[in-house]
Design a protein around this ligand. Structure first.
Ligand code: HEM
Length: 298
C-alpha cells in the first residue's frame, strides 16, 4: 500500500518538481557520484552490459523493422481500399478524438527524442541531446494528461473477446488482398494489443522515466528504500525497463501509424471526423457491424 501511495504521489507531483530538479546537485549524485555509488555488483554489471552491448542494437532494430516490414507489405499485398461512397458510421466522439490527439502529439515528440537519447553519442551529446531530453520530459506531461481518459474511454471494448484468437491466426486478413469479413468487434485483436501496450506500457514508461528524470529527489530515494533498494539500483532497473519497453512501444507505435495512415486508405480521417466508412466497418469490424444493425443504428 505504501509503495502504491509513493507511486501515485510520484506520478502526479513529478511535473511540479521538474524545474527545481534539473539544476539540482547534491552530495550523493552530484560531483561525488562515482565514489558514492554503492554495491556495483547489484545491478551495475547487467546494466553496463546491456547499455554498452545491446541497447543500441535493439533500438536500431526497432527503428528499421517496421519501415522494412511495412514497405514489403505495401508493395507485395498493398493497402486495403474501401468505398467512400457508402454510409458513414460514427465511431469516435469528440472527447476521444481530442485525448487521442494529445497522445499522438506526445508520441510524435517522445519517440524521436527517445531514439536521439539512445544514440546520444552518435549525435555528439551536448545541448542538442539535452534539449531532446527536456522535450522528452515535457511531452511526457502531455501523455500523462491523455493516458487515463483513453484508458477509461476504451477499457471495456478493449477487453479480450470472441473472434480475437481467430483474428490473430489470420493476421486480420492483412496478408491477403481479399476483402473477406474478419472476426472483430469495434476493435480487433491487433488494436487491442496496441491499446494495452500503449496504456499499461505507457504508465510504466512514465514511472520509470520519472525515476530517472528525478533521480536526485528525496521521494525517489524513499521509494527505493521502501523496495529495499539503493537509489542507484532503482535507477539502473528503471533504465533497463525503460529502454526495453521503449523499444517495444516504439515498434507498436510505428505499426499503429502504418495501419492507420497507410495500410487502410483514408482510415486516418476517422480520428479527425469521428466517422468510418460503412464498407470498412462491414469487412474489418464485422461483429460491430452486426451489433449496430441489431440496434437499428445503421
Ligand atoms: C501520429 C500518431 C497517431 C496517428 C496518426 C494515429 C491514428 C489513429 C487512427 C486513424 C485511429 C483509428 C483507427 C481505426 O479504428 O481505423 C487510431 C486509433 C487508436 N489510436 Fe492512434 N494514432 C496516433 C497515435 C496514437 C498514440 C500515441 C496512441 C496511444 C498512446 C494511440 C492510441 C490509439 C488507440 C488505442 C486507438 C484505437 C485502436 C486502434 O485503432 O488501434 N494512437 N489512431
Amino acid at each position: 500500500m505504501k509503495k502504491l501511495i509513493y507511486l501515485i504521489t510520484l506520478f502526479y507531483t513529478a511535473p511540479l518538481f521538474a524545474v527545481a530538479t534539473i539544476a539540482h546537485d547534491d552530495s550523493i549524485y552530484g560531483t561525488n557520484m562515482i565514489e558514492n555509488i554503492p554495491a556495483y555488483s547489484n545491478y551495475g554489471g547487467i546494466f553496463t552490459y546491456l547499455q554498452s552491448e545491446w541497447f543500441s542494437v535493439g533500438f536500431l532494430i526497432a527503428l528499421l523493422l517496421v519501415p522494412i516490414a511495412g514497405g514489403i507489405h505495401y508493395f507485395i499485398i498493398g493497402p486495403k481500399v474501401f468505398s467512400h461512397d457508402g454510409k458513414k458510421i460514427y465511431a469516435f466522439n469528440l472527447f476521444v478524438r481530442i485525448v487521442h490527439l494529445l497522445a499522438a502529439i506526445s508520441f510524435i515528440v517522445l519517440v524521436p527524442t527517445g531514439f536521439i537519447m539512445a544514440f546520444g553519442d552518435t549525435f555528439g551529446g551536448g545541448v542538442f541531446v539535452r534539449t531532446c531530453k527536456n522535450l522528452h520530459g515535457l511531452a511526457t506531461i502531455i501523455f500523462c494528461i491523455s493516458v487515463f481518459p483513453i484508458l477509461f474511454a476504451w477499457f471495456i471494448r478493449m477487453l479480450p473477446g470472441r473472434g480475437d484468437m481467430k483474428w490473430m491466426l489470420s493476421v486480420g486478413g492483412y496478408l491477403s488482398k481479399e476483402k473477406k469479413p474478419v472476426t472483430a468487434g469495434k476493435f480487433n485483436a491487433g488494436q487491442k494489443a496496441w491499446f494495452w501496450i500503449a496504456m499499461l506500457g505507457g504508465i510504466i514508461m512514465i514511472l520509470t522515466g520519472a525515476m530517472m528524470f528525478f533521480q536526485n529527489d528525496a521521494l525517489i530515494a524513499k521509494f527505493a528504500e521502501s523496495l529495499g533498494l539503493y537509489p542507484i539500483d532503482l535507477l539502473r532497473l528503471s533504465a533497463i525497463v525503460h529502454n526495453i519497453l521503449g523499444m517495444i512501444i516504439a515498434i507498436f507505435f510505428m505499426v499503429h501509424i502504418y495501419m492507420s495512415a497507410i495500410a487502410i486508405k483514408g482510415a486516418i480521417y476517422s480520428m479527425v471526423t469521428g466517422y468510418k466508412e460503412e464498407e470498412e466497418v462491414k469487412i474489418l469490424h464485422s461483429y460491430w457491424y452486426k451489433e449496430l444493425q441489431e440496434e437499428g443504428k445503421i
